[in-house]
Design a protein around this ligand. Structure first.
Ligand SMILES: [Zn+2]
Length: 210
């Protein structure tokens, strides 16, 4: 496996529309493994193929927490539906068949490191997709997993979470990045002292990037 380079805004590739996957060969499995490694090493909970420069409709997600030995586990705050889904989840050519209700969450993105904003999403979704072998899968999920899938599916159409913000807020972030770039990466691991911000789960900022 190999860690891939994650593209960051304003790289124009992130605005490309990803194409459906038509062939499920061994290269796809290898690429999926590399995506998972890249996501885990970057401490993200989701990653879309376009974020590593490949415009295909493929995303990987893992919202489970990690214990001291690095093992992933399902935690109490996960909803019943989330717990029923086997993770990591690999979704190819995903579609949201139906969305229910609304929820908000402070989202981050590996392609916009160190920025976090509240975004509104469906609370629950019916999803249809293919797995890495080309088999069709269908499921219903809510909670953080549903939010993360919607965030990743946005990437497949060239949309970033900042596009969901007000024009003013979105422009402020875009201008800040274009003018000063991203904050120093060396400081990002100390970035857990955000106890004052509204968050629906007690998770550090580092664990909710996708
Ligand atoms: Zn993202």
């Amino acid at each position: 496996m190999a860690k891939l380079e994650i593209l960051t805004y304003p790289n124009p590739v992130l605005r490309e529309v990803s194409k459906p996957v038509t062939e499920f060969k061994s290269e796809l499995k290898k690429f999926t493994d590399d995506m998972l490694e890249t996501m885990y090493e970057s401490k993200g909970i989701g990653l879309a193929a376009i974020q590593v420069g490949k415009p295909i409709q493929l995303l990987v997600v893992d919202t489970r927490q990690k214990d001291e030995d690095g093992r992933r586990y399902k935690y109490d705050e996960m909803t019943e539906l989330e717990q029923s889904i086997v993770q990591p989840l690999i979704l190819i050519n995903p579609e949201i068949i139906k969305g229910y209700g609304k929820t908000t969450f402070d989202e981050g993105c590996l392609s916009l490191p160190s920025f976090y904003e509240t975004v509104e999403r469906f609370d629950k979704i019916d999803v249809k997709a293919k797995d890495a072998t080309g088999r069709e899968i269908k499921f219903t999920v809510d909670g953080l997993l549903a939010i993360c899938i919607q965030h990743e599916m946005d990437h497949l159409s060239g949309t970033l979470f900042i596009d969901h913000l007000s024009f003013l807020k979105s422009n402020k972030i875009k201008n800040q990045i274009k003018k000063s770039g991203y904050p120093d990466k060396n400081n990002k691991d100390d970035d857990d002292d955000d106890s004052g911000s509204a968050r629906s789960r007690k998770k550090s900022k580092e664990s909710i990037k996708s």
